[in-house]
Ligand binder design. Structure first.
Ligand SMILES: *[C@@H]1O[C@H](CO)[C@@H](O)[C@H](O)[C@H]1NC(C)=O
Ligand SMILES: *[C@@H]1O[C@H](CO)[C@@H](O)[C@H](O)[C@H]1NC(C)=O
Ligand SMILES: *[C@@H]1O[C@H](CO)[C@@H](O)[C@H](O)[C@H]1NC(C)=O
Ligand SMILES: *[C@@H]1O[C@H](CO)[C@@H](O)[C@H](O)[C@H]1NC(C)=O
Ligand SMILES: *[C@@H]1O[C@H](CO)[C@@H](O)[C@H](O)[C@H]1NC(C)=O
Length: 755
């Protein structure tokens, strides 16, 4: 078993510096302790060869051995080991065992015991040595070896540590002396040292030798204490007994060995003592001035910059170098590992929110920058580098949550707006309140509602309907007209806004498209036409509304898609709005836009299927009537589910009305001109085709109404969110006039719708 000489030197550097002997024995690495068993090869009537005696125990080797050696010397003399008749043929230096047991009396041991009993392991080794030579089971007083007679790992009450941890101690500590005993640190450590198994230091084959030149016994070997005395084994290496060390080595609390100018050494010293001996070995407030990486010092490998690093000035970047220093990272055992770090307080002293401009002040990089700054310096007591409203800066601002770049408010360029600004009414005062903005939209809707009900009462549409319903191009014209009226309303209100002084810079196309997204009640108009008797049921009704709606929704999609996309880019749909001012409004707006997109998607799928089905039904000569039902089972869309119920209801009422009014069935829009009158089932082919086209019309009706209704809700969400979010950034001028315009055009559109 090999152990490195470096650690042996450390182990044997006892009070009496056994290291001096090192020069004598160059072979510092010796085999392990089989020679320790006291089994003398030759015993000449109680005289034995000194080489056969067990090696000197560690704690004796570390002290002044002169008493020990002289005791050995006294019992050693030249003896004749081989006779021929009365002549001695061979002389040998032998040691008398009975003399040794007398010689190593308690008086001799007494001088050695205080040092040897520091460590239970060393004491146990001494005890075994004495017991083997003298048969005595005590050292100085009867009973003083009870604690070492059967050792267990628990006998080392303070535990042990590898001697390598000495490298974690600063030099000022390892070269200091114990406050009480004035013993050097290294000697105390040596007195408490042990190895995993007993090791020989010196010439294991000749542990004792009589030197004729010195005329005294010498001990060319000694044996280290092995942890195996506790009946357990540990990994090979050199260790020390913590309890032993901590009792023998104390710090001078008033004048700590490392209390010099280098604060790092004091931290290393205190951490080393805390890890080894616990905090009781240290002053009460010892943690106050530690240089550790826990908070005050940030390891350079953990350092990171915010995303806007490109806009961080050079002098701020350089701060990490200026504030760099060494500090302790506490390892798992509590010792100090020196790390390169940045001193937090030093860095924070030199940085404020305003220190970095450019992208550091813009939206996401600003949020990242503010959070970075807060994490870094927010917990420092004297640091006030963030503005008071920093929490708002750490979230998107209302303006940043608006997906487009322009706002609807008077600019400074106009003289008139400056005049109004100078007057008693400020910019915010001229802006209508959010409630009024929403109320004007509601008014437009209410006006439409009233108009629809009134028109129903007067029955305008019936005459017009019966007159026009069968002309194909009419529904195209009607749909286009309805869309055109809405567009005209948008264009008109855009012009009204742009004419207003201060609003000349508002982008006209974008504003016009924005006006298009105002929620309209057109779905109600369609719904009411649907509730008319069955004969009036006409696919052109739904078709014209669908066309108008398609044109308008196509224009609306500009804003909705833009909003959803902007929300997706900035993570607004997944928590990006948390903590922002007016986050609730923003959520409404983004939810509305997303809802709009989903409904449009579903409606598109639905209408594609409906078209295909109608083509199948009208085009095929197959007599399988319930083909549409097969298709239905494959379409689990929401709208499908919603419409299913109403479809059933409608189908039933039509079948009834079909029975009552067979005669007037010729009024079929889709009737194919063929004269095939073959009877099939309950209905004739002609009747069936008529029924089918009615069914298709009802289907289209229902899904158009529902889609328009849901889109209307989505648009309300969008607008109520947008108005709450933009607040004074959205100030339509002449709101009353605009409302009047919208109402007028809405009524006109409704009138077209119901005729
Ligand atoms: C003491 O002697 C016994 C046998 O005589 C041996 O097993 C033991 O290892 C010896 N101990 C020491 C420390 O020499
Ligand atoms: C060891 O002790 C003896 C007396 O016990 C003394 O004479 C001698 O000087 C001591 N040796 C050292 C190195 O102190
Ligand atoms: C001091 O030592 C104790 C016990 O070993 C440990 O719990 C504590 O964390 C240490 N303190 C420091 C500052 O390392
Ligand atoms: C705490 O440390 C300061 C110096 O850092 C010292 O003046 C003070 O007396 C200490 N307090 C205690 C209770 O040890
Ligand atoms: C508009 O005018 C206000 C003061 O009347 C001023 O604070 C602001 O900076 C001006 N904005 C622009 C874009 O000129």
């Amino acid at each position: 078993m090999k152990i490195s000489s470096k650690h042996l030197v450390l182990l044997i550097t006892g009070v009496y510096g056994v290291a001096a002997r090192e020069a004598l024995y160059t072979d510092t690495v010796i085999s392990n302790g089989e020679g320790s068993t006291f089994a003398p090869r030759n015993n000449y009537n109680g005289w034995v060869n000194p080489e056969d005696l067990a090696s000197m125990p560690q704690c004796i080797a570390q002290q002044n051995q002169s008493t020990w050696l002289s005791t050995m010397t006294k019992c050693t003399s030249k003896q004749c080991t081989s006779h021929f008749a009365f002549f001695c043929t061979h002389h040998q230096w032998l040691t008398q065992l009975s003399c040794l047991s007398m010689g190593f009396s308690s008086n001799v041991i007494e001088g050695y015991l205080p040092y040897c009993s520091r460590s239970v392991l060393a004491k146990a080794q001494l005890y075994l040595w004495i017991r083997n030579l003298t048969g005595r089971t005590w050292l100085v007083d009867i009973g003083d070896t009870i604690d070492v007679q059967s050792l267990t790992p628990a006998s080392l009450t303070g535990g042990y540590a590898a001697i390598d941890v000495i490298h974690d101690a600063p030099k000022c500590l390892t070269s200091s002396v114990s406050a009480l005993s004035m013993e050097p640190f290294q000697y105390v450590l040596a007195s408490c040292g042990f190895t995993s198994t007993a090791q020989h230091y010196g010439n294991a084959d000749r542990p004792w030798e009589y030197s004729e030149s010195l005329q005294a016994m010498t001990a060319p070997d000694f044996e280290t204490v092995g942890y195996d005395l506790t009946q357990r084994s540990i990994r090979d290496g050199n260790y020390f007994d913590k309890e032993c060390f901590c009792n023998a080595f104390t710090l001078n609390m008033e004048n700590e060995p490392c209390s010099g100018p280098e604060q790092l050494d004091l931290t290393r010293e205190r951490l080393w003592m805390n890890a080894t001996c616990g905090s009781t070995s240290l002053p009460n407030n010892w943690t106050d001035i530690l240089k550790t990486t826990e908070f005050t010092y940030i390891p350079t490998e953990d350092w990171h910059w915010p995303m806007c690093i490109a806009d961080i000035p050079k002098q701020v970047i350089k701060l990490t170098d200026q504030c760099a220093t060494d500090a302790c990272e506490i390892d798992s055992s509590g010792y100090c590992k020196v790390k390169r770090t940045v001193y937090r307080a030093c860095f924070c002293r030199n940085i404020r929110y305003d220190s970095c401009g450019g992208s550091c002040q813009i939206f996401e990089t600003r949020i990242d920058y503010v959070k970075w700054l807060y994490d870094l310096c927010g917990n420092l007591q004297d640091w006030h580098g963030l503005p008071d409203n920093w929490r708002q800066l750490a979230a998107p601002t209302p303006l940043e949550m608006i997906p487009w770049q322009w706002t609807l408010k008077p600019s400074n360029n106009s003289k008139i707006s400056q005049i109004t600004r100078l007057g008693s009414t400020g910019a915010t005062a001229t802006c209508a309140s959010n409630e009024w903005k929403l109320r004007s939209f509601a008014l437009v809707n209410i006006a439409t509602l009233l108009a629809v009900f009134l028109s129903q009462g007067t029955g305008i549409y019936r005459t017009a309907h019966s007159f026009l319903s069968h002309r194909h191009p009419w529904w195209v014209f009607k749909g286009t007209l309805m869309a055109a009226l809405q567009l005209l309303a948008s264009w008109f209100s855009m012009s009204l806004v742009q004419e207003t002084p201060g609003y000349e810079d508002v982008p006209s196309m974008q504003l016009m498209l924005l006006w298009c997204t105002i929620p309209r009640l057109s779905w109600l108009t369609l719904l009411l036409t649907w509730s008319q008797p069955f004969e009036a049921m006409d696919i052109s009704e739904a078709a014209s509304f669908s066309l108008a709606e398609m044109i308008l929704q196509f224009l609306i999609s500009y804003y909705m898609v833009m909003t959803v996309n902007y929300g997706r880019e900035h993570n607004f749909y997944f928590g990006g709005l948390e903590g922002a001012a007016r986050a609730r409004s923003a959520k409404f707006m983004y939810a509305g836009a997303l809802m709009w997109l989903v409904i449009i998607g579903l409606a598109l799928i639905r209408s594609i299927r409906a078209t295909r089905r109608m083509n199948l039904l009208t085009g095929s000569s197959s007599p399988d009537l319930p083909k549409w039902q097969r298709g239905k089972q494959l379409t689990p869309s929401i709208i499908e589910d919603l419409t299913a119920q109403s479809n059933e209801r409608c189908t039933r009422s039509w079948v009834q009305s079909l029975d009552t009014s067979r005669g007037s069935e010729e009024a079929s829009l889709m009737s194919s001109g063929g004269g095939s009158n073959t009877a099939y089932g309950t209905f004739s082919i002609e009747g069936r085709e008529n029924w089918v086209s009615k069914k298709a019309a009802a289907d289209l009706h229902a899904s158009t109404v529902i889609a328009m209704f849901l889109l209307w809700i989505a648009q309300w969400f969008f607008w109520s969110g947008f108005i709450g979010l933009s607040s004074e950034e959205f100030c339509p001028p002449k709101l009353k006039l605009l409302t009047a315009v919208w109402i007028a055009f809405s009524l006109a559109s409704t009138a077209v719708g119901v005729t």
